[in-house]
Design a protein. Structure first.
Lengths: 114, 117
């Protein structure tokens, strides 16, 4: 079956702009999590959605937001982009939320802010 | 709060040699532990997981890991490394219901594996 699909794969944006990233989970998976990966900070948890509700949020400013639709697809939005937002953004899908479940990751969206 | 430490930033081995990547975790309850692998520019692929039961778990690509509660460790091993194993490896701990860590994975900083022919 199809894996986790993230679009677009690459993005270049200018400081101050906003960006929306999309994630389509594996069919049947209802939990979607987002992570930011940078060389300096590593992999950091952004937020997790289940049944269209944000269940948990990491330590990121309010410029980072997300949502989940009824078909479990998720989007994350970053407003007023800063140079430090340049990163690989990874989406993971799971059958259910919680620590004892396998998370399957997409290929990521590489965001470059100039 | 949960945390994961991977003490080795970079490891180099020869093809055919054995491999052990170290992982230490800090978590108050029974941990859910994972190892992921990432090739350059790619997402994370799950190698194996430990939830409960047998402390020696087998994964894909010939990898295995052993959970040692007394040492708070979950080291990844492979008896004979192939050149295609060169990648970055991440250990992660998952939290169960309740608390601010619910539903998220906490990752170590990663270990880059280089394989010499």
């Amino acid at each position: 079956k199809a894996g986790v699909t993230q679009t677009p794969r690459y993005l270049i944006k200018t400081r101050g702009q906003q960006v929306t990233l999309s994630c389509s989970p594996i069919s049947g998976h209802r939990s979607v999590s987002w992570y930011q990966q940078t060389p300096g900070q590593g992999l950091q948890f952004l937020f997790e959605y289940f049944s269209e509700t944000q269940r948990n949020k990491g330590n990121f400013p309010g410029r980072f937001s997300g949502r989940q639709f009824s078909n479990s697809r998720s989007e994350m939005n970053v407003s007023t982009l800063e140079l430090g937002d340049s990163a690989l953004y990874l989406c993971a899908s799971s059958l259910k939320p919680g620590g004892n479940t396998e998370a399957f990751f997409g290929q990521g969206t590489r965001l470059t802010v100039v | 709060a949960q945390s994961v430490t991977q003490p080795d930033i970079h490891i180099t081995v020869s093809e055919g040699a054995s491999l052990e990547l170290r992982c230490n975790y800090s978590y108050g309850a029974t941990p859910y532990l994972f190892w992921y692998v990432q090739s350059p520019g790619q997402g994370l692929q799950l190698l194996l997981k430990y939830f409960s039961g047998d402390t020696l778990v087998q994964g894909i690509k010939g990898f295995e890991a052993e959970f040692k509660r007394s040492q708070s460790s979950f080291n990844l091993r492979k008896p004979s490394v192939h050149w295609s194993d060169a990648a970055e490896y991440f250990c992660a701990v998952g939290a169960d219901a309740g608390g601010t860590s619910y539903g998220k994975l906490t990752f170590g900083q990663g270990t880059i594996l280089t394989v010499h022919p």
